[in-house]
Design a binder for this molecule. Structure first.
Ligand SMILES: C[S@@+](CC[C@H](N)C(=O)[O-])C[C@H]1O[C@@H](n2cnc3c(N)ncnc32)[C@H](O)[C@@H]1O
Length: 351
C-alpha cells in the first residue's frame, strides 16, 4: 500500500514537473518571438485566473483517471513512467533552432512550404500543408524527429495520459471476442504518427496483433525506431490512407484513431468513418480520440479559439462544432459514447 502511495506521488510529481516545463517553454518562446518580431504578435495564451483554475482542475482529473486505470490493471503502471528522456534531449535543441522558420512561415502565411522532393500526387490535397506551421508539414524525417516533443509541450506534458484514454473502451469492446485467441485479434491504429499510441497499445495488449497506419513514410520510420525494442510481437507499420484502408471488409476487431479528425475536412471525416465501419468486424470497437469540442467543453472555448488562431489548423474551427456522435451513428455504429479528459474527447462505438 505504502509502495502504491509512493508511486502515485511520484507519478503526480513527474506530471506536474512536465506541466511546468511545458508552460515555461511556451512563455519563453512567445516572449522571444514577440520581442524579435513585434508585428507578429500571437496569443500569449493570456488566460484569466478562473480559466487557469479550471485547467489545473481538469489536468488533475486526467491524472487521477490515468492513475486509477493503471491501478485497475487496464494497463501496467510502468507505462505511466515511460518517458523517452534521451529522445527529448536530442529533440529540444532542434525545436529552438527551428522556431525562426515557424515564425516566418506564420508571418508570411505560407502554409504550403513543403520539401521539393515530395510527390504531391501521392497525397490528398488537404494533407499538403504545414499544419501548425510545422517545417515540412508531415513530410520529412526532420518533422518526424521533433513532433513528439512539440505535442508534449503543447499539452503541458499530458499527451500520453490523454492518448491512454482509448485503452479502457478498447478493452471493454474486445470482451465481445473473448472466446478467441488473443493472437487472432487485430487492433489497428490509424494515423499512428511517430508511434506514441502504439507504445501505449502494446503495453495494454501484449498478445494481440497491432498495426499502425499513416500517410507519412517519415513518421512511420520514426515510429519504427521508437517501438523497435518493445516486448511482444512485432507491430506492423503500413503506409496508407485512412480513406482507403488496406484491409478486407469485416477483418478488424478494434480501431483506434488519435488526433486525426481535427485535421480532416468535414467530408473526409465522414468518409473515414464509413471506412472504419467497413473494415471492422460485427461487434468490433471503434475508439477515436481528438480535441475537445465546444458542445461539451464550453469552459475551454478560449483555448480552442486560441489554438486555431495561433496555429495553422484550417479544419479545426469546423471540427469543434461538428456533431461527430451523430455521424458515428449515421454510418451504422451502436453504443456511441463520448467523454472528455482535459483537452481530449474520446468517442467509442460498436459495429
Ligand atoms: C496530429 S498527428 C497525430 C499522430 C498520432 N496519432 C499522435 O497521437 O500523435 C496526425 C497524423 O495523421 C496522419 N494523417 C493525416 N491524414 C491522414 C490520412 N488521410 N490517412 C492516414 N494518416 C493521415 C499524419 O501523417 C500524422 O501522422
Amino acid at each position: 500500500m505504502a509502495r502504491e502511495q509512493f508511486s502515485k506521488i511520484a507519478y503526480k510529481t513527474l506530471q506536474q514537473g512536465k506541466s511546468i516545463a511545458g508552460l515555461a517553454h511556451k512563455e519563453l518562446s512567445s516572449r522571444i518571438m514577440n520581442f524579435i518580431l513585434p508585428d507578429n504578435e500571437i496569443s500569449n495564451f493570456n488566460l484569466d485566473k478562473n480559466l487557469l483554475i479550471q485547467i489545473q482542475n481538469s489536468m488533475e482529473l486526467l491524472r487521477e483517471e490515468d492513475w486509477r486505470d493503471a491501478e485497475r490493471n487496464i494497463y501496467p503502471i510502468k507505462l505511466l513512467f515511460d518517458e523517452p528522456w534521451l529522445r527529448y534531449l536530442t529533440q529540444y535543441p532542434k525545436i529552438w533552432l527551428d522556431m525562426p522558420n515557424i515564425w516566418n512561415r506564420r508571418r508570411k502565411e505560407n502554409y504550403e512550404d513543403l520539401p521539393k522532393s515530395v510527390d504531391k500526387d501521392n497525397y490528398p490535397r488537404y494533407y499538403l500543408r504545414n499544419f501548425h506551421h510545422q517545417t515540412d508539414g508531415y513530410l520529412s524525417d526532420f518533422s518526424a524527429s521533433i513532433y513528439d516533443l512539440q505535442v508534449e509541450i503543447l499539452f503541458n506534458g499530458t499527451a500520453d495520459a490523454m492518448r491512454r484514454r482509448i485503452i479502457k473502451p478498447i478493452k471493454e469492446g474486445l470482451i465481445n471476442f473473448s472466446d478467441r485467441k488473443k493472437s487472432s485479434i487485430n487492433i489497428i491504429d490509424v494515423a499512428t504518427g511517430s508511434g506514441r499510441t502504439l507504445k501505449q497499445l502494446r503495453g495494454a495488449f501484449p498478445n494481440e496483433k497491432i498495426k499502425g497506419i499513416d500517410l507519412s513514410g517519415s513518421y512511420l520510420k520514426e515510429a519504427s525506431r521508437y517501438i523497435s525494442d518493445l516486448d511482444g510481437d512485432l507491430i506492423e507499420l503500413i503506409m496508407g490512407n485512412a480513406e482507403e484502408l488496406p484491409f478486407e471488409n469485416d477483418s478488424i476487431q478494434a480501431i483506434s484513431c488519435v488526433y486525426l479528425f481535427h485535421e480532416l475536412p468535414r467530408t473526409i471525416r465522414e468518409k473515414v468513418l464509413k471506412e472504419f465501419f467497413r473494415v471492422l468486424e460485427k461487434n468490433g470497437t471503434l475508439v477515436i480520440a481528438d480535441s475537445i469540442q465546444i458542445s461539451d467543453s464550453p469552459e475551454f472555448i478560449q483555448i480552442m479559439e486560441d489554438f486555431y488562431k495561433t496555429f495553422h489548423e484550417p479544419f479545426y474551427c469546423d471540427y469543434i462544432k461538428d456533431d461527430i456522435n451523430s455521424k458515428i451513428k449515421e454510418v451504422g455504429f451502436n453504443n456511441v459514447k463520448s467523454s472528455s479528459f482535459f483537452m481530449t474527447k474520446v468517442w467509442s462505438a460498436i459495429k
